[in-house]
Design a binder for this molecule. Structure first.
Ligand code: SF4
Ligand code: SF4
Length: 120
């Protein structure tokens, strides 16, 4: 490989070949509206949980679409399923059902999640 005088920081490297997009495909099949998200952040701005924690649906969506699932169970546990985010979404993404489906996927894939959480 050519040396260009710099190296890539592995901590900031997103390796799509190694990431796991299983959850994103599951969501696409079970709540197709997730594909309409444009990352505007309206849901995050109105989030009840976001007022008290660092929970961020927009960021969560980005990580899942990249297949970066580390700590996902901890993150998703902050959501109260109140549904306010769904009411304000300009694209009609059923965010509440997206989160519900993520919880369900985690429940059905506990062994995989345990492995992901111990990788850090
Ligand atoms: S409000 Fe809707 S379109 Fe905007 S980031 Fe949230 S889910 Fe995506
Ligand atoms: S359903 Fe969850 S993500 Fe949406 S506003 Fe309520 S706490 Fe926030």
């Amino acid at each position: 490989m050519e040396k260009f005088g710099y190296t890539i920081s592995t901590g900031r490297l997103i390796d799509y070949d190694k990431n796991d997009k299983t959850l994103y495909y599951y969501l696409k099949n079970n709540e197709p509206s997730i594909q309409l998200c444009i990352g505007c952040g309206g849901c995050t701005a109105t989030c009840s949980s976001g007022n008290f924690t660092n929970f961020n649906f927009r960021k969560l969506h980005l990580l899942i679409s990249r297949g970066e699932l580390t700590n996902i169970e901890q993150e998703i546990s902050k959501c109260m399923l109140c549904g306010k985010c769904k009411l304000v979404c300009p694209r009609g993404v059923n965010t509440r059902n997206v989160i519900f489906r993520i919880k369900r996927w985690i429940y059905e894939n506990q062994s995989k999640i345990l492995i992901l959480d111990t990788e850090i």
